[in-house]
Design a protein around this ligand. Structure first.
Ligand SMILES: Cc1cc2nc3c(=O)[nH]c(=O)nc-3n(C[C@H](O)[C@H](O)[C@H](O)COP(=O)(O)OP(=O)(O)OC[C@H]3O[C@@H](n4cnc5c(N)ncnc54)[C@H](O)[C@@H]3O)c2cc1C
Length: 478
């Protein structure tokens, strides 16, 4: 019997696996998709929130502030791009100025460091393209930006290097209590585990209901975004929020860790949380709201749209508790879930210990990771990388300067990608202006060569997303 089974490998399952892999315990992560971070973790605003937004006394308030404080060192250790650029909540009226004051007071109560209320002119000195209509703003210097899928990958990869087992394309379909633990039914082999962690995102209410009386309902809410070319990144130096409302934190404008500009999201409840798509209505809403923050913003340099699904619930806080004997919910983790992830993982270990989980800590667990990123290397480092491995001398993605060496390294990493988008999330190829138009076919070739599979079997992303139908030239010759 396995010690701990984690259901779901978004950032929450990955962070829990990372923490647990430091103990002398067997850990299995069950993920229904063919890669990790395929849910909310790959499609969000990528902000490490400061923590002034959640109501004092909630789990969200405590874990957001604690998670924010942990993120910097963790990202340094795991070589994850993170930058504490600070955020503003902008007020456009006397009424909104009151909201800013309330957020300031909440933030102070929550223990957020360095908060200040600044005048509109002070804001525009720090971020010159902010609207002249802004009267004041809450400044939170501890807010940051991160690459969310890379964060989850780094946590999960490190857990795997510590001995955790990741089973992808493994959907949990049922759970029953057995002597000393649980039997977890999946579309593959069943798993028996002493302890179970539910980190199934928008499906976490369904997983909870398999073992305990119904306690909360996930109300999926879609958020849609524009990604702008790097040429637009100069427009925002900080994360620019508007005042939050019932539907969430509102439309923001922010630079990303890849030096793009991100604009969005809207918030719309949806019935079907799988494969969210962008709509003309959603994008029009984003444009209209963003114009308030930055009237000069245009969308000529938009290179991509995407949408993510929030796991909002009817309880208004994270659902983190012992749901049944030896069964922990890390459920309904909506925003600020990304910001709170490392603190939620510590909370999970604490709850497991309350349930009787008592293994020793490993003496020397792996807690660091290093990645080679050709585009950030000095000339000297590039020369050394190419002489060590000539594949580093062949640029595959011209927009992002990603080399064949990085792609091959990604394909042989602890959690190997099985799709072109999986390579993109690990190596950064296809992230640029042409969105993989140039490098996509080359990445298909490299995946096919390295995995020893036909190019016809290479996927774009999830299960069944084949790119090529047949070998047309061969047929023509015959
Ligand atoms: C539009 C939007 C904007 C956001 N912005 C921010 C932000 O700026 N800052 C912030 O802190 N937070 C933000 N969030 C919230 C943050 O993205 C989430 O809190 C976080 O990603 C949740 O991680 P998770 O692991 O719980 O869920 P997910 O990433 O959704 O992972 C759950 C995993 O469980 C798997 N799974 C589900 N059911 C099963 C099953 N039956 N068997 C096996 N596996 C299963 C799924 O495939 C998935 O991989 C935002 C969210 C959205 C949608």
């Amino acid at each position: 019997m396995i010690d701990v089974a984690i259901i779901g490998c978004g950032v929450i399952g990955a962070a829990a696996a990372f923490e647990l892999s430091k103990y002398q315990a067997s850990v299995v992560i069950l993920e229904k998709e063919n890669d990790i971070a395929m849910g909310a973790t790959r499609a969000n605003s990528a902000i490490i929130h400061a923590g002034y937004d959640p109501k004092p006394g909630t789990l969200m308030a405590r874990l957001n502030v604690q998670g924010n404080a942990m993120t910097e060192q963790l990202c340094r250790d795991l070589d994850v791009p993170f930058s504490r650029i600070g955020s503003f909540v902008l007020a456009f009226s006397a009424q909104e100025a009151k909201t800013v004051q309330t957020l300031y007071e909440r933030g102070v109560q929550n223990g957020v460091p360095g908060l200040q209320v600044l005048s509109g002119d002070e804001v525009r000195q720090m971020d010159p393209l902010v609207s002249p209509e802004v009267v004041c703003a809450l400044y939170a210097p501890s807010a940051g930006i991160i690459t969310p899928w890379e964060y989850a990958l780094a946590l999960a990869e490190t857990a795997v290097r510590n001995g955790a087992e990741l089973r992808r394309s493994t959907r949990v379909t049922g759970i029953s209590k057995i002597e000393g633990g649980y039997r977890i039914e999946t579309n593959r082999e069943p798993v028996e585990a002493r302890y179970v962690i539910n980190a199934a995102g928008v499906y976490s209410d369904q997983i909870h209901d398999m073992v305990a009386p119904h306690a909360f309902t996930v109300i999926p809410s879609k958020g849609e975004y524009y990604v702008m070319d790097k040429s637009e990144c100069y427009r925002a130096r900080h994360v620019l929020f508007q005042c939050p409302n019932e539907a969430g934190k509102g439309v923001l404008i922010t630079p990303t860790m890849d030096h793009n500009l991100l604009v969005g999201p809207n918030a719309e409840n949806v019935d079907e949380p799988q494969h969210p798509s962008n709509t003309a209505r959603g994008m029009a809403f984003v444009r209209e709201k963003a114009a308030r923050t930055m009237p000069s913003l245009t969308y000529r340099a938009a290179i991509r749209n995407f949408a993510g699904i929030r796991a909002n619930t009817d309880i208004g806080d994270f659902q983190i508790s012992i749901a049944a004997e030896h069964f922990i919910d890390l459920a309904g983790i909506k925003s600020p879930g990304l910001s709170s992830a490392p603190a939620i993982a510590l909370e999970a270990v604490k709850l497991l210990k309350e349930c009787g989980f008592a293994p020793e800590k490993k003496e020397h667990p792996v807690t660091t990771r290093r990645k080679k990123r050709f585009r950030f290397m000095s000339e000297e480092e590039r020369k050394a990388a190419v002489s060590e491995n000539p594949l580093y001398g062949r640029v595959i993605c011209r927009c992002e300067t990603v080399t064949e060496g990085e792609i091959v390294d990604a394909i042989h990493s602890p959690i190997p990608p099985c799709s072109v988008d999986g390579v993109k999330r690990r190596a950064g190829s296809g992230m640029g202006r042409c969105q993989g138009g140039f490098c996509g076919p080359r990445v298909v070739d490299i995946l096919s060569r390295e995995l020893g599979i036909s190019p016809l079997c290479v996927l774009q992303d999830g299960e069944g997303s084949f790119i090529l139908m047949e070998e047309t030239k061969k047929e023509a010759q015959a």
